[in-house]
Design a protein around this ligand. Structure first.
Ligand code: ATP
Length: 255
């Protein structure tokens, strides 16, 4: 039997058989004062969301759809690092529990063989230049088979069972993920972004390749070169200038 081995993450949890979106429920709990580490878990989402208003397909029983409440005392400029932290924790859990060898697509997707296995949606609530709470939503495809994805998603999605060749024990995966996430979070709070940056870069997809940057109506091509000590993506544009991208409204496409 897998056991929860964390001190805070997942010690308070709210389980639902169905929710519109675990992030919406977690934000409501956070507004009511829920403690750091509180987890909202749902068997399905009927209106799961990705970034920029996109949908996240969340069929019952096959994936993990969870949101974690965090209350780090950090400058607002460091909050994008939380998505990178969550990405690394998801990768470590996949590496520990499955045969899947994942890659991270900046800022918020986990890919296997170029297809999306997990999406992360971090939402910030700040008051007077200080973090009030962060809600980190994590949707992971674990036991879907190809036929479980609707047509438009099937082209871009994969699951741990598809990529790893065998089904995954969801509880074991979840307890492992929470352990890595809590340990990495504590390390980050105490020591900063340095080691996490190395762990992120070791799994990064698309570094050294040409990517299309999409920021609202603007689009341009550049060479992805890495992330800086704050977690901003470094892209060299066609004039040879290095640009820093913050995750907010920016999307990347391979070219
Ligand atoms: P970006 O590159 O900006 O992150 P994105 O298209 O990857 O853009 P996300 O918010 O990360 O956007 O994820 C939403 C997209 O992921 C949807 O538009 C859909 O194409 C795809 N998608 C939806 N549900 C799933 C799922 N369960 N597994 C994999 N991919 C999904």
């Amino acid at each position: 039997e897998p056991r929860l081995e964390t001190e805070r993450f997942g010690r308070n949890y709210h389980f639902h058989t169905s929710l519109p979106s675990s992030n919406i429920t977690a934000k409501e709990l956070a507004r009511q004062g829920a403690l750091e580490g509180t987890v909202v878990l749902t068997e399905e989402q009927t209106a799961g969301r990705g970034r920029l208003g996109r949908g996240w397909y969340s069929p019952p029983g096959l994936g993990i759809y969870m949101s974690l409440i965090m209350r780090p005392r950090i400058p607002l400029g460091q909050t994008p690092q939380v998505t990178l932290l969550a990405s690394v924790a998801v990768c470590k859990a996949l590496e520990a529990v499955t045969a899947v060898r994942p890659q991270i697509k900046w800022p918020n997707d986990i890919l296997v063989n170029g297809k999306k296995l997990c999406g992360i949606l971090t939402e910030l609530n700040a008051e007077m230049e200080a973090v009030n709470y962060l809600v980190v939503g994590i949707g992971i495809n674990l036991n879907q088979q190809p036929a479980d994805f609707p047509g438009d998603v099937a082209n871009v999605a994969t699951s741990a069972a598809i990529a790893g060749g065998e089904p995954v024990d969801r509880i074991r995966f979840l307890t492992t993920l929470l352990s890595f996430f809590e340990a990495d979070y504590d390390h980050w709070l105490q020591n900063g972004f340095g080691q996490l940056r190395e762990e992120w870069l070791a799994r990064a997809a698309g570094m050294g390749t040409t990517v299309r940057i999409i920021a609202g109506k603007q689009e341009w091509l550049g060479q992805a070169e890495g992330i800086d000590t704050d977690g901003a993506l470094l892209v060299r544009n066609e004039d040879g200038e290095l640009q820093r991208l913050i995750s907010g409204e920016v999307s990347l496409r391979p070219e």
